[in-house]
Design a protein around this ligand. Structure first.
Ligand code: TNX
Length: 495
């Protein structure tokens, strides 16, 4: 049987009640205490249990207490659990998930999922599994508000189905933000009505001349809605003023020289720039951000801002100020890679630290300006870095990242005051990754480590304990068909 202490990310508090276990039976029902409430957690859990057990698991407003019931209780009385916290109580009579928000209920449902036998993840129900949930009580809430993952769909393109698959894996570990790196030198991956060639020309290829692709507005909305049903918010990134070759290949008038660059399929960085002071550039940015903002219900738009080595320093500073102003004017909160802290940042802008080769300078300068910071130090947060020298996929410009390294770090160690740390993000750049199987191989098992660093209290941090919990996840990944790396340093069960 799964144990209460196997959960990833580690919960704030666990009190086992040995012997008071709950068993899901054919007669089990889900009770929703708020009449008519359409909580994402309820639909999601009912789907999981019905597929996994093959039982009907009806959703009802109230039930005879002789039935084994799973209750979702959404109540303002639970406000002390915070915006994403929950309480999960398991006894032989009832599983109860309490929270004051939809997200809290959803995270509680993910904890319940991890307490069920791994076979619950199958699509064809198994007759021979006893669906036991260990008795006890878990009270839980996240350390940081932002537990993100970034997927680079520009270097290689990933279909809507691929992105949904990644969203499902993120939800299992209570991540709440998916940052999509939608544009880069090699590809522009989102249709913009007012600039149609961005996608049709700029999206037509990928690294190594692999097939390109882009999301139509309907595709993007589909991703956003799917993510929302898993309490994950989509953060779209339009990278500027550098990393824009695909846009320039589509609209050469956006470059200073007005020359017409070809589509690019290599993996160099830093060679392209929008022409900062042309009027057409400002119109371009305003229209692109305007359309993207209209498609995006989430609070944030990412403006890139990294490695703008072909933009003059003074132009770069002006550009960052103009672009953050445009994002704000369209009602969104601008985020940029931490180089943007070279410019004076207005209150409310967010900086994302990544470049470990700057020794933390960009994180400090953002923090000194008083803005919030997301921590994605390339080592350990870049899941595209190799595990070790033997890893076939991936890059190594910032070293290698072992499973232990991805877990064994503290966001508080980067000189950013705790109250300015918005959270953490695991980034997956895809220069060398072509398929979802490649993505899973690099993300698993490192992603859960970063998710745990973002969620769990520092007091629970322990590599010896974590590596055991991590090994226990493997049987679930096997049932889910996750292509994970059986990395050295973790005692994977045989088989
Ligand atoms: C740095 S991180 C980049 C990306 C690369 C990545 C590869 C960042 C903001 N820029 O353009 O894909 O390294 O690890």
């Amino acid at each position: 049987m799964v144990s209460l202490s196997d959960i990833i990310p580690a919960p704030v508090s666990i009190r086992p009640h040995p012997g008071d276990d709950f068993v899901i039976l054919a007669s089990s029902v889900i009770v929703v205490s708020v009449a008519g409430a359409e909580q994402p957690a309820v639909a999601w859990l009912a789907g999981l249990l019905r597929r996994g057990t093959g039982y009907a698991i009806p959703i009802v407003p109230a039930a005879d207490s002789s039935l084994p019931i799973i209750t979702f209780a959404l109540s303002v009385a639970e406000a002390s659990l915070g915006e994403e916290g929950y309480r999960l109580t398991v006894s032989s009579a009832e599983v109860r998930i309490q929270a004051s928000t939809d997200a809290g209920l959803f995270h509680g449902a993910q904890t319940l999922r991890q307490l069920l036998p791994p076979e619950i993840e199958t699509d064809d129900s198994q007759g021979n599994v006893r669906w036991v949930v260990p008795g006890g009580e878990i009270t839980d809430h996240p350390r940081y508000r932002w537990r993100g993952a970034m997927l680079d769909v520009a270097r290689h393109f990933f279909s809507v189905a691929d992105v949904k698959r990644y969203i499902d894996l993120l939800a299992l570990y209570k991540c709440n933000m998916l940052h999509l790196h939608l544009t880069d030198d090699q590809g522009w991956r989102i249709a913009i009505e007012s600039w149609p060639l961005l996608a049709s020309v700029g999206g037509s290829t990928a690294v190594d001349g692999d097939p390109g692709g882009y999301y139509s507005a309907a595709d993007y909305r589909d991703i956003v809605a799917y993510a929302a049903s898993r309490c994950i918010s989509i953060v779209p990134e339009i990278d500027a003023p550098g990393h824009v070759n695909a846009a320039l290949a589509a609209y050469p008038e956006l470059s200073c020289a007005g020359t017409h660059p070809s589509l690019y399929t290599g993996i160099e960085v830093g060679f392209s720039t929008l022409c900062p002071d042309k009027p057409i550039t400002e119109r371009f940015l305003d229209e692109v951000i305007g359309e993207l903002a209209a498609l995006t219900p989430g609070d944030y738009i990412h403006i890139g801002g990294d490695e703008a080595r072909s933009t003059q320093p003074a132009d770069y500073i002006d550009f960052v100020q103009k672009l953050t102003t445009i994002v704000t004017a369209h009602g969104k909160i601008p985020i940029g890679w931490a180089e943007i802290s070279k410019a004076p940042l207005s209150a409310g802008v967010v900086a994302q630290y990544w470049d470990v080769n700057d020794g933390g300078r960009s994180a400090h300068s953002a923090a000194a300006q008083g803005v919030d910071v997301i921590l994605s130090p390339a080592n350990p947060c870049y899941l595209d870095l190799k595990y070790d020298a033997a890893t076939q996929l991936g890059l190594s410009w910032a070293g290698t990242v072992s499973v232990r390294a991805a877990y064994d770090w503290d966001p508080g160690g980067y000189g950013v005051p705790e109250h300015q740390i918005l959270g953490v993000e695991a980034a997956l750049w895809t220069e060398t990754l072509r398929t979802v199987a490649d993505v899973e191989y690099m993300a698993f098992p490192r992603l859960p480590g970063i998710a745990e660093v973002g969620w769990s209290p520092k007091s629970t941090h322990s590599w010896p304990a974590y590596r055991q919990r991590l090994a226990a996840q493997a049987s679930r990944w096997v049932v889910m068909g996750v292509n994970f790396h059986r990395a050295a340093g973790v005692e994977w069960a045989k088989g």
